[in-house]
Design a protein around this ligand. Structure first.
Ligand SMILES: [Zn+2]
Length: 107
């Protein structure tokens, strides 16, 4: 189960520049990998890049793009204080850009 969160919700907390875990509100989360989806508006074709600890994968698979029509970006974090797998999503939709955080628990 995940809940959406706005970047402004994160940055307006007391210790402003620290990103908190959306699951348990801890502040020891680690950036692990980044996924970039780049395509023209409504194009079925585009570029996908995944950068993780030991590799870079480049292909044209847009599955998982947080934007249904344009560009998207996902930064993956793990939490030191709980088992949440956290995604920060940046995506474009109808001329505006959005940010949000979602999380899921590992088993
Ligand atoms: Zn956590």
């Amino acid at each position: 189960m995940s809940k959406p969160l706005k970047l402004s919700d994160i940055l307006l907390r007391e210790d402003t520049n620290v990103i908190h875990c959306p699951s348990r509100d801890g502040h020891h989360i680690h950036h692990e990998s980044v996924e970039i989806f780049n395509r023209s508006e409504d194009s079925k074709d585009g570029i996908h890049v995944l950068v993780s600890e030991h590799e870079v994968i480049t292909d044209r698979n847009l599955k998982g793009n947080p934007s249904s029509r344009c560009h998207g970006l996902i930064v993956y974090f793990c939490c030191e204080e709980c088992s949440a797998i956290i995604k920060m999503k940046l995506y474009q939709h109808k001329g505006s850009s959005f940010v949000g955080m979602v999380f899921g628990e590992t088993e």
